[in-house]
Design a protein around this ligand. Sequence first.
Ligand code: HEC
Ligand code: HEC
Length: 310
Amino acid sequence: MRRLVLALSLPLVLIFVGTILVSVANAQPVVSDLTLGAQFYDKWYAVLGVSAPAGDMPIWSRQSTNTRSGEQTWRCSECHGWDYKGVSGAYSAGSHKTGFPSLMNILPNLSQEEIIAHLKGEKDPAHDFSAYLDEASMQKVALFLKEGLIDDSEYIDVISLKVIAGSSGHGRDLYQAACAQCHGEDGKTIIFRTEGVQESLGAVARRDPFRFLHRTRFGVAGSEMPVGYDLGWTPADGRDVLADIRSDDDLRTIPVVVMTASTSGEDRIESERLEVEAYLTKPVDLRKFLALVKELKSYWREDVALPILG
Ligand code: HEC
Ligand code: HEC
């Protein structure tokens, strides 16, 4: 009799265990404080789920090379760069150039308290975020800046923007395990809309590899993307995923942009089939058309320091 009870209860126990495992697998990934700090650096108002303050950040007017305005001017990443090196890094030229300081160079000399004091405007009243970020948020940003910055000049050639010594085979394995279910095998399932241009994951990786690496390692606020850092990835793992997504073939490094007067969905679908990087609807008005060409040129070619050809 006892044996029978035991035999009957066994399948029940197994089912129970099975259910627990499934619910753990579906749980939200744990986001560490350092990761949140990195997402604040990327776009703090998106982490907080609020709109950016109105107008330009007060310090913005100290430069005129970067002509963006409004919400972008409030992002740490826009002023200090996706490589954290401001005036001494990849964004020392191109449309994102601000000439503002490199945090990578300053940080070794600053304590976490000094970083927070700076975010409160104690050194420069124009650099005051205390109306928007509370103490706990500032601590996360400071933690990221002190312990999370990765010097990507080891992984990306700042001049040619080529990946240095990556293993795209290893990157493919990581990509398939953690990324393909949302972005698709070819990185084209999610199309990003950045400053009016639509692009695939591969296009982001080629155009702005530093941004790609920051977001692969630390995620994107508001998305349920797994975070490389919290999965225990090393900096080289991120680099290998970058190498993989850019390795399709050599020709793919030349961006193909389709420009057309047609707004029909059919053309779009055809372009996507042919795997173009971006698709733009050409305005019929000549002046608007020229403005668009200019914008496109700066988008593709001036976002980061121009590669020196030859
Ligand atoms: C509009 C451009 C702009 C934005 C946005 C911006 N900064 Fe700065 N930051 C500067 C400039 C310019 C300086 C140097 C002059 C100064 O200290 O104000 C600076 C200096 C710093 C310093 C160095 C302070 C020191 O002691 O030398 C740190 C740290 C810093 N910023 C972190 C951040 C963080 C974190 C964010 C996002 C929450 C951010 N910054 C957003 C422009 C900006
Ligand atoms: C759960 C679905 C999901 C998974 C899995 C996922 N992503 Fe994402 N990813 C997203 C979403 C959603 C966005 C944000 C889209 C937007 O901004 O509109 C995003 C954005 C990004 C961006 C930012 C692109 C830009 O324009 O700056 C990068 C880079 C990226 N993902 C890389 C990866 C990598 C690498 C992996 C594997 C480690 C991955 N993603 C896994 C859903 C996912």
